[in-house]
Design a protein around this ligand. Structure first.
Ligand code: HEM
Ligand code: HEM
Length: 182
C-alpha cells in the first residue's frame, strides 16, 4: 500500500513558499551589498519590503491552512526520535518564517520612510520615527534570517538523508506526481 502523502494544496503551498523565500533571501543579501545613499538602494529596499509583505501574507495563509489540516503520519519505519525532531523543526520553521517578515515590517514602520509599495503606493508608517526601535527590529530581522537559513539547511539535510538511507517515501510525500517511490 502507498504511504499517505501531503495533499496537492499542502505541496503547492510548501513549494511556492520555499521558492519565494529563496528569492527573498537573495534580494535581502543583494541589497545589503548596495552602498547607502545610492538612489537605487531605496528602489530595491522597497521592492524587498513589498515582496516580503506579500510573502508574509502567503505564509499566514499557509499557517492558517496547516492549522486546519493534519499532515499525513510518517511511515512507522522512521524512528521515534526522528519523528519528534521533524515536528520540532517544522514548528520552528513556521515560527521563524512568520517572524522574519513581521520584524522587517515592524522595523520599517519605525523609520520615516515606511514602505513605498512596489515604489508606487506610499504606505505612511504607523509608528513614530525612532532609530533605536528601528535598529532593534532590523537587527532581529537580520538575526532571524540566519536562524531560518540554518533551519532550512537542517531540514533539507534531513530530507536528503532520508533519501539516501532508503526512506524515499518521506520525500515522495511532498513531491507532486510521484508514487510512493516503489
Ligand atoms: C525555504 C525552504 C523550505 C521551507 C521553509 C520548508 C518548510 C517545511 C515545513 C514547515 C514542512 C512541514 C509541513 C507540515 O507537515 O506542516 C516541510 C515538509 C517537508 N519538506 Fe520542506 N521546506 C523547505 C524546503 C524544502 C526542500 C528544498 C525540500 C527537499 C529537499 C523539502 C522537503 C520536505 C519534505 C520531504 C517534507 C515532508 C516531511 C514529512 O513528511 O514529515 N523542503 N517543509
Ligand atoms: C519572508 C520574507 C523576508 C525575507 C526572507 C527577508 C530576508 C532578508 C535578508 C536575508 C536581509 C539581509 C539581512 C542581513 O544580512 O543583515 C534582509 C534585510 C532587510 N529586510 Fe527583509 N526579508 C523578508 C521580509 C521583509 C519585510 C516584509 C520587510 C519590510 C516590510 C523587510 C525589510 C528589510 C529591511 C529594511 C532590510 C535591511 C535593508 C538595509 O540594510 O537597509 N524584509 N531581509
Amino acid at each position: 500500500m502507498d504511504a499517505p502523502r501531503y495533499t496537492r494544496v499542502a505541496m503547492a503551498l510548501h513549494w511556492l513558499v520555499a521558492l519565494c523565500l529563496i528569492g527573498q533571501f537573495v534580494l535581502g543579501w543583494y541589497l545589503e551589498g548596495i552602498p547607502r545613499g545610492v538612489p537605487d538602494r531605496s528602489y530595491f529596499v522597497n521592492i524587498h519590503k513589498s515582496t516580503g509583505m506579500l510573502i508574509g501574507l502567503l505564509i499566514l495563509l499557509r499557517i492558517g491552512w496547516r492549522l486546519a489540516h493534519r499532515p499525513p503520519v510518517l511511515p512507522a519505519s522512521v524512528p521515534d526520535w526522528q519523528q519528534k525532531a521533524a515536528s520540532v523543526i517544522h514548528f520552528l520553521l513556521y515560527f521563524f518564517m512568520l517572524m522574519l517578515p513581521l520584524t522587517g515590517y515592524i522595523a520599517s514602520n519605525f523609520s520615516k520612510w515606511g514602505v513605498k509599495f512596489f515604489n508606487t503606493i506610499e504606505m505612511p508608517p504607523w509608528g513614530m520615527e525612532d532609530k533605536a526601535i528601528y535598529a532593534f527590529f532590523n537587527q532581529l530581522h537580520g538575526l532571524i534570517s540566519w536562524i531560518l537559513l540554518g533551519l532550512i539547511i537542517l531540514h533539507v539535510l534531513a530530507a536528503v538523508s532520508h533519501f539516501v538511507s532508503g526512506h524515499r517515501d518521506v520525500i515522495y510525500r511532498m513531491l507532486p506526481g510521484s508514487s510512493s517511490g516503489r
